[in-house]
Design a protein around this ligand. Sequence first.
Ligand SMILES: C[S@@+](CC[C@H](N)C(=O)[O-])C[C@H]1O[C@@H](n2cnc3c(N)ncnc32)[C@H](O)[C@@H]1O
Length: 254
Amino acid sequence: MADIKTQKHDAIVLSSQSEKDLQRNFFELFHNAPIPDDEIMANLGLFLSSKSLSRVLFFYEIYKKILNTHGMIMEFGVRWGQTLSILAALRGIFEPFNRHRKIVGFDTFSGFIGMGDEDGKLCKTVDGSFSVSEGYQQYLENVLALQEALNPISHLKKFELVSGDATLTIPAYLKRQPETLVSLAIFDFDIYKPTKAALEAVKPHLFKGSVLVFDELGDDIFPGETIALREVFNLNDLKIERHPMTARVSYVVL
Ligand SMILES: C[S@@+](CC[C@H](N)C(=O)[O-])C[C@H]1O[C@@H](n2cnc3c(N)ncnc32)[C@H](O)[C@@H]1O
């Protein structure tokens, strides 16, 4: 498994070596783009591969499912924050005045905490894997603040990054914010312990119509996410669906 890990942050990337070489070439083209600064941000679609675009399209489909439901969005496992930023952009498109559609992300911002036996042997990750660069949380705050500033009612902050071990921070958040209704919950901690804690804590804040998204259900590299779901919900009660454009991500509408 060593060759599927990134060097700096011990993250898993399943691309083959030839795919990685092509991605490297793509990165070089991006890095050396002969496009002036005042035009490059409007042309980022140039560099979206089918794989990257499929994740955006998946969340576009998911966002449409929550439009007529009340409540906020929570992501469990944020890392570089791409999903949070896509969701903030989708909120700006679909419902720029919905101040109740807060977006809250939970992460240590220093990698996994709580690896255990349920996580199996294939992933070969340890506590601290999937870390991010020093000071990254502040950088992401700045990105999300700009996403908000580009849309109406930006004087009302509608996002929050909650840092620390999720087994502690999620219950603490929900105790502090008992009015929380969760219309969309995205489970992407990868590992058992924080996933189970998130499912247990958030369950009383879900309702008929809430959408749950899972990044690793049925995944043999990270079995802990499926075990956690089986322990907190009765699988027979859930219809686990997917969109054809993404292989790994699945969702449930309660
Ligand atoms: C696969 S990454 C999330 C990727 C992200 N959802 C995205 O769309 O790019 C998994 C994240 O879970 C976080 N994580 C793992 N265990 C955690 C814990 N006990 N508490 C908080 N965050 C944790 C890691 O720090 C890591 O950033």
